[in-house]
Design a protein around this ligand. Sequence first.
Ligand code: GUN
Length: 304
Amino acid sequence: MSARILDGRMIGRAIRNRIKVHVDELFRVAGVIPGLAVILIGEDPASRVNVTNKMKACPDVGIRSTLIEHAKDVPAEFLVENIRRLNDDPATHGILVQLPLPPHHDVRAVLHAISVERDVDGFHLYNVGGLVVGDTIFSPCTPFGVMRILDHAGLPIEGRNVTMVGASAIVGKPMALMMMQRDATVAVCHAKTRDLAEYTILADVLVVAAGVLNLILPQMVRTGAVVIDVGINRSPDGRLVGDVNFEGISQKASYITPVPGGVGPMTVTMLLANTVSAARRYVERTRGPSIFLQDVTQLALQGR
Ligand code: GUN
C-alpha cells in the first residue's frame, strides 16, 4: 500500500479563500479589519519562526497583525497590564502569546489575562473546559486543524480507534477531547506510557505529537491506518521531519500527513479562522447581530 498524502497546504488554501470572503464582508458591512496581536517573549528561535509564519499568513486573508516583543525578563505585571490594554483595544480582536514562555514566567497567569473573546489560541480556561462538552468559543488551532484535515478527506471518526501519542495541553489533551466529542474510542499515550506499540497498533487514526524524531516505526502502525504527524524535528542530515518514520509508514498507512506541509499550515489557517471569527463576534457585541454570513469558524469546519 502507498499512502495518500493529506496536503495541509492545499486544504489550508481552500479554507483561506473562504476566510477572505468573510474578511471582505466584515469590512463592507462594519468597516472593520480583523486585528491580531502576537506577543513574543524572549529569544527562542523556534518561537520566532512560528510567530513569523503566523504573521506572514495574515495579510493574505486581510488580517492586520501586530508583533509585540518583550525581553525574556519582562516583569509579569507589565506583561499582564499590556494584555489587559489589548483586551480593551477596539482594533485588536485576537491576542496570541507564543509558547513556551521563558522558564520563570507563570504561563497560567499570562494566558488567563487574555479575555475569552480574544483567545484565538483557545487556551483560556473557558475554551479549554468547553472541549469537555463540545462548546468552545475558540478551539485550539492545531487539533482544530487536524479535525479539518480528516473532514476534508472525508475520513470517518465516529467509532474509530484513535491513538493520541503526546498529552500536551496544546495538542494531545484537546485533540483527545475533540475526538471523543466525535464518538471515537480514544487512547492517550505519553512519555511514561509502557508498551507504546500496543496502543499505536490498534489505531485506525494515529495522531503523533511527541516531538521525538523517529518515534513511530512501521511495525507500530496498523496496515491501512490514517497517520497524522504533528511533530517537527530536525533530522541528522538537516531536514525538517516529523515524529513518524515517513518513508516506511507511507508503505503501510492509507493516508499520511507530510512534514513540512501537513498539520503546520493548518494550525496557521485555523488561527486565521479564529481571528476573523473573533472580529465578527466583536462587531456583533458592540453593534448587535447583523447581516453577516455564517460564522467563519463553523464554515471552516464544514465542506470539502
Ligand atoms: N507554541 C506551539 N504551538 C503553539 C500554538 O498553537 N500557540 C501558541 N501561542 N504557542 C504555541
